[in-house]
Every structure is written in C-alpha cells, then in structure tokens.
Design a protein around this ligand. Structure first.
Ligand code: SF4
Ligand code: F3S
Length: 106
C-alpha cells in the first residue's frame, strides 16, 4: 500500500486524490490518508504530490514509520475525498518543515 507522510500535514494540496482509481484517499482537517484496504499499489498518486509526501509502505523515510499505522487508523474515521481542492491557506510556508506530526488535527 501507499502511505501519506509528515510533509502533507498543514499543506494538503490534494493533487493526489483525483488519480486514485479506487478512491482510497480520506480527508481530515489538515492531512490526508490512504486506506490500506483499498489501495491497489497502482503508483499513480506518488508523483502527483508536489511536495513528495507519498511513499510506498516499504519505502517510508526513516523516522516516519508510524505513518503506516496512522493512515490505517484515520482512514477508518475520515470521509473519502475524490476531488481536488485548494491547499491550505498557509501551505507554502509549511512545505518541508520537519516533524509536523504534533500539529496533526484529528
Ligand atoms: Fe490510489 Fe494508486 Fe495511490 Fe494506492 S497507489 S492510493 S490505488 S492512486
Ligand atoms: Fe498531501 Fe501531497 Fe496529497 S500534500 S494532499 S499528499 S498532493
């Protein structure tokens, strides 16, 4: 499965959602997650993210392994998103900032 990681938090550009053939993306207030039970590993979403927040489960950056479980957990609670929308208002200034997990809104 593919996993959305730390850099998406407080950016949420949503370019990733429209290419997913199985509607695996779920939306929270300032982050998206992928439902591992739906993802078919098509790889289409990975290059769509302008800030490289999406990785294959086996290739998540060191220190971000917890996002595998976070995607599985939050995809059970959050609604599906299939249409692109504007990123968050101050997304630009949060791009690439480290350790945004503490800012994740649930
Ligand atoms: Fe959807 Fe494909 Fe991305 Fe999985 S890898 S979330 S199926 S676009
Ligand atoms: Fe997040 Fe990138 Fe998608 S910032 S919403 S994973 S396009």
């Amino acid at each position: 499965t593919f996993v959305v990681t730390d850099n998406c938090i407080k950016c949420k550009y949503t370019d990733c959602v429209e290419v997913c053939p199985v509607d695996a993306f779920h939306e929270g207030p300032n982050f998206l997650v992928i439902n591992p039970d739906e993802c078919i590993d098509c790889t289409l979403c990975e290059p769509e993210c302008p800030i490289n927040a999406i990785y294959p489960e086996d290739d998540v950056p060191a220190g971000q392994e917890q996002f595998v479980a976070i995607n599985a957990e939050l995809s059970r609670d959050w609604p599906v998103i299939t249409e692109r929308k504007d990123g968050l208002p101050d997304a630009k200034e949060w791009e690439g900032k480290p350790d945004k997990l503490k800012l994740l809104e649930r």
